[in-house]
Design a binder for this molecule. Structure first.
Ligand code: THU
Length: 139
């Protein structure tokens, strides 16, 4: 469980990051803030590209920033969009790689929490690292 204080802190960090989103094609700006088990917060924004598929979502930027600095355990991620939109399938898969219990907070542009769930809720039956090692399968 997250405290209200932590929820607010994460949503605010995602809201602040959102100003740096580079979304000239869709106009849909996204800010994310990822809380690591070690207590650090990594933010991320969506970064689009003229070659459309090359762009990347805010959630993955936040996860990749954190992982590239040695973090692999995540307690929660806040995502702020105009309407509290939900993470795409690729972002769900990337989050699932590092744990199904990570809490996902979806907030709107005013910072209002619209939905709260876990990665497991977002991606039932996720393909996970242990699926590559059938010998020690856990399900
Ligand atoms: N987007 C995200 O950043 N996160 C999501 O999970 C949903 C979609 C971005 C990708 C693209 O830049 C824009 O929102 C419209 O799809």
């Amino acid at each position: 469980m997250l405290s209200d204080e932590v929820r607010q802190k994460l949503i605010q960090a995602a809201q602040e990051a959102r100003q740096w989103a580079y979304a000239p094609y869709s106009g849909y700006t996204v800010g994310a803030a990822l809380l690591t088990a070690s207590g650090k917060v990594y933010d991320g924004v969506n970064v689009e590209n003229a070659a459309y598929p090359t762009g990347i979502c805010a959630e993955r930027v936040a996860v990749f920033k954190a992982v590239s600095e040695g973090e692999r355990e995540f307690d929660a991620i806040a995502v702020v969009t105009v309407n509290g939109g939900s993470p795409c399938g690729s972002c769900r898969q990337v989050l699932a790689e590092f744990g199904l219990d990570t809490i996902v907070l979806l907030a709107n542009a005013d910072g209002q929490l619209i939905h709260e769930m876990t990665v497991a809720d977002l991606l039932p039956g996720a393909f996970r690292p242990q699926d590559l090692r059938p010998g020690d399968a856990t399900r």
